[in-house]
Ligand binder design. Structure first.
Ligand SMILES: Cc1cc2nc3c(=O)[nH]c(=O)nc-3n(C[C@H](O)[C@H](O)[C@H](O)COP(=O)(O)O)c2cc1C
Length: 206
């Protein structure tokens, strides 16, 4: 099968397979504060690490143009210069999903999902207490991406990780983070998710 981007329907694919192809994608569960200090929490699967010295991550917000009002996580990160990435786990899947509700800008999705938050160390947005790993980030810049919807927008929000919190319980005897102890969630296409439950290792060729 061959088709040019956007032409999947003519090939009998009712849903765009792009996100099922670029899968699994980690979920950045992003905490921000608005200018008045209200907490905002939302999952982003257009999320990843893009550098490690220093560590840099991004989340990408899609669907809303600047004129209409970008998503709250983006607006808050740009306004306050900070965000926190919480790791979404198998145990937290329902709460993570609940925090994707489109609540008005200043409403707290963490409270809506019944999640307890705890203070961060170097940045002001708080962390999801039940999540085993948090990365405190300082906002770097927003890259505006092309958007086929004239009323929409796509934005890549980059941040530098300035601090990590890792629950000791997920660190193994060799001092390595063992993902099988917390089963990070990943987003696939359609309505599908995966949880990482198995790991294998390989040596790079010398
Ligand atoms: C697992 C999951 C992943 C999501 N990934 C994205 C994403 O990468 N980009 C995006 O714009 N919205 C994504 N969403 C939808 C947002 O979470 C949703 O629009 C949310 O209301 C945004 O909240 P905010 O306005 O408080 O930032 C995702 C939702 C779920 C459940």
């Amino acid at each position: 099968m061959y088709f040019e981007a956007g032409d999947h329907i003519s090939k009998g694919l009712p849903h765009n397979p792009f996100k099922a192809i670029v899968a699994p994608r980690p979920i950045g569960w992003i905490t921000t504060l608005d200018g008045e200090g209200n907490v905002n929490l939302a999952p982003y699967s257009f999320f990843n690490a893009v550098a490690d010295n220093p560590p840099v991550v991004f989340f990408a917000s899609s669907g809303r143009a600047r004129g209409i009002g970008v998503k709250d996580s983006q607006a808050n990160a740009e306004e306050t210069g900070e965000f926190v990435c919480n790791v979404a786990t198998w145990d937290l899947r329902e709460q993570m999903n609940k925090t994707s509700a489109s609540l008005p800008r200043h409403q707290d999705e963490a409270a809506h999902a019944g999640l307890e938050m705890i203070a961060s160390t170097l940045v002001k947005p708080p962390r999801v207490k039940a999540s085993p790993i948090h990365m405190e980030c300082r906002y770097l810049e927003t890259v505006e991406l092309p958007c086929d919807d004239p009323e929409g927008g796509n934005f890549m929000v980059l941040g530098q990780v300035v601090a990590f919190h890792i629950d000791e319980a997920v660190i193994d005897g060799q001092g390595q983070v063992d993902v099988t102890r917390y089963k990070p969630l990943a987003r696939l296409g359609y309505r599908d998710y995966a949880a990482v439950t198995e790991v294998f290792s390989m040596m790079r060729p010398g």
